[in-house]
Ligand binder design. Structure first.
Ligand code: MN
Ligand code: MN
Length: 470
């Protein structure tokens, strides 16, 4: 028997049995492209740590790529590329294709650009024990203990009493000060250490250390607070009551860095969900297909349930589609019915350090490609868009035809937790939708990890989706 001849069993096994491939192994020399794409992503991460900054940065990139500003009620033209800025926190990018939009629908790609963080309360500032603090209210699902004892930066806006808008971004440049949340020294933490992880640091202890030098005047009280306010007044022109109309967030001051000797991974704040926002934006920027109408949604408020008028549980997507349809003289009911959507959100990558919460046969594996989640939700597929076999079939075929490395993913074992995405809000508009995104290690931590190979596969997936036919 020839040494290289395969047995019938080996051939059958290769044909019939599904297996996951590590993208790095499969791509071989293609690793250069993967690493090059990751550089652009890291630059984007450092420039866009909040939904407001992501909106600003993506508008800048959109303009560079020939997109022009559009608003609800404005006309659109076949061949045109537009962006719609919804209140500085939610962005739409779209290209109008030459096909009849009522019959061909829209290729929709949706990611969110908000991430878990600590928002300042409306009356944040106080002084106690020789220190000045800002009170915070956490935003999204965080493990509170992870946000203590790390460098934090402040990002956001203040609207002054006269209506002027002041932008705040401090703690990112090497020369900037950073901010900090205290934790208890282990020597005195006997009681704290015995508490369940979730209650060891209550939300009201997430107070940000912002100052410690008293104002030099014997005639005033709260001198440290006054000194901090005088610095803020000098730098930004703000007073204590201006915090009432402000949105300022404390986010990790870390920069995106390669992780590992071989640089396989990227560590950064807010991969969830900018690791999908960046690929869908670059996919529409680079899309050369002029037949299909494509639309990218960069959503706000996903981490708190998508409520509010910049979140996908609002009527905004429907209004955008209606407005485009009306300009093209198309029936919006048909446009929605013939549209399809890839909801681009992250999923949990299998972590061997916590293997007990994963069901390995249905978890996404790091570096094995972009991950398709047919359903998310919790407690028996509750509160999820469970994509149809037919639509999953369409997307699967598209990925196979375009050589996109993909895998399927379920968010952990049944009944150990769960989660959701914007998919259910889009599918309720009568749009076929499925989740496709990057597997993440330590999701929602101040510093999360993703694989550059999965980032690149996700980019390839969305490039292919832009030109899919119905
Ligand atoms: Mn997400
Ligand atoms: Mn999330």
């Amino acid at each position: 028997m020839n040494e290289t001849a395969k047995t019938k069993g080996q051939i059958l096994s290769e044909t019939l049995i599904a297996k996951k491939d590590n993208v790095y192994e499969k791509k071989g020399d293609g690793i250069d492209k993967i690493f090059q794409y990751a550089e652009g992503y890291k630059t984007f991460l450092d420039a866009a740590k909040t939904e407001r900054e992501a909106t600003t940065e993506l508008i800048r990139l959109a303009k560079e790529n020939g997109f022009s500003e559009w608003s609800l009620g404005f006309p659109v033209k076949v061949g045109g590329a537009y962006y719609y800025n919804n209140r500085g926190k939610n962005l739409f990018l779209f290209r109008i294709g030459s096909e009849n939009i009522a019959l061909d629908g829209v290729r929709i790609m949706a990611a969110h650009i908000d991430s878990p963080r600590l928002d300042l309360k409306q009356n944040p500032i106080y002084e106690e024990g020789g220190m000045c603090f800002f009170k915070t209210h956490y935003y999204g699902g965080i493990k509170k203990y992870q946000w203590t004892t790390i460098p934090l930066a402040l990002h956001g806006v203040v609207i002054l009493a006269n209506g002027d808008e002041i932008k705040v971004r401090i703690g990112e440049d090497d020369g900037d000060p950073v901010f900090y949340i205290n934790d208890l020294l282990p020597h005195l933490a006997q009681e704290q250490s015995a508490k369940p992880l979730g209650s060891a640091i209550p939300g009201e202890k997430l107070n940000l250390l912002v100052g410690g030098i008293p104002y030099d005047d014997e005639n005033v009280s709260d001198k440290i607070k006054l000194n901090v306010l005088s610095i803020l007044n000098e730098k930004y022109g703000i007073r204590e009551d201006d915090f009432v109309s402000a949105e300022i967030s404390a986010v990790p001051a870390f920069k995106a860095r390669d992780v590992g000797f071989d640089r396989a991974f990227i560590g950064a704040y807010g991969h969830d969900d900018r690791v999908c926002a960046y690929p869908i934006a670059t996919a529409i920027f680079e899309n050369e297909d002029r037949l299909h109408t494509t639309l990218v949604i960069l959503a706000d408020k996903e981490e708190v349930g998508s409520d509010g008028n910049t979140g996908m549980n609002s009527i905004i997507l429907r209004d955008v589609l209606d407005s485009i349809s009306s300009s093209l003289g198309a029936d919006p009911i048909l446009v929605r019915a013939n549209s399809m959507c890839l909801s681009a959100d992250v999923t949990a990558a299998y972590d061997p350090n916590f293997s007990d919460v994963y069901e390995t046969k249905n978890s996404s594996m790091i570096s094995c490609g972009t991950a398709m989640c047919k359903y998310t939700g919790a407690r028996g597929k509750s509160s999820t868009n469970d994509a149809s076999a037919e639509f999953v079939g369409t997307v699967r075929r598209l990925f196979l035809e375009n050589g996109v490395s993909f895998q399927t993913s379920e968010l952990g074992k049944i009944d150990v937790g769960g989660g959701g995405t914007v998919a259910k809000f889009i599918s309720q508009l009568n749009i076929d939708t499925v989740d496709v995104g990057v597997p993440v290690i330590s999701m929602h931590a101040p510093y999360e990890v993703i694989s550059k190979a999965d980032l690149y596969s996700t980019y390839e997936a969305f490039k292919a989706f832009c030109k899919v036919c119905r």
